[in-house]
Design a protein around this ligand. Structure first.
Ligand SMILES: [Mg+2]
Length: 193
């Protein structure tokens, strides 16, 4: 049986920090201060998952400005070269030849899938799973039950990694922050060995 690799999206394959920074700079240009944005962000998160639309609604009351800000926000995702980490395409391409790849992401389903669909990574994945639980516990247990020792988790989240280890799933932790093509080459070698 081909080994299954569960792969996280945010910070693992895409530069979510950069998107967040650029999102904040759009808000500044529309006159929203960092503290107002942060407060609204927390409110959105408290209701469930992050989604840019309710966040923008909370901080930009004028509908015309808000539409313009949102358009700029969605345009961020059209620049793949800016938010896909360099080297991820060959990394996934090689992995997908040997393993079954499953995207295991958490958050607002529509938002996560919108981000994922624009990456162009879809062709390397067998399926995508978006979970409601940050710890990914239930889903990791399910995958362990189905594939046992034949499954590996690739994630930047220390919480998800520790949950997976406790269940008995093998893990490879992806470093936080900026990553270049060299990093993904080394990561590939580590997984393939
Ligand atoms: Mg992540």
């Amino acid at each position: 049986m081909k080994k299954v690799i569960l792969i996280d999206l945010d910070h693992t394959l895409i530069d979510t920090e950069r998107v967040k920074r650029e999102h904040e700079s759009i808000l500044r240009r529309f006159g929203v201060s960092a503290s107002v944005s942060k407060k609204a962000y927390r409110k959105v998160i408290r209701r469930g998952f992050y989604h840019p639309v309710p966040h923008m609604h909370a901080v930009i009351p004028d509908s015309l400005s808000r539409r313009r800000a949102l358009r700029e926000y969605w345009q961020l995702f059209e620049k793949k070269e800016a938010y896909n980490f360099p080297g991820v395409v060959p990394f996934l391409k090689t992995l997908s030849k040997k393993y079954r790849l499953i995207l295991l992401s958490w958050g607002h389903k529509d938002f996560q899938l919108k981000k994922f669909n624009q990456t162009g990574f879809g062709k390397f994945f067998e399926t995508t799973v978006v979970m409601k639980n940050r710890r990914k516990e239930k889903d990791l247990q399910w995958f362990f039950g189905k594939y046992g020792g034949n499954v590996l988790l690739l994630d930047d989240s220390p919480v998800a990694i520790s949950v997976a280890r406790k269940i008995g799933i093998k893990t490879v932790r992806v470093k936080k922050g900026k990553k270049d093509a060299n990093y993904y080459r080394r990561l590939l070698a580590r997984i393939m060995k």
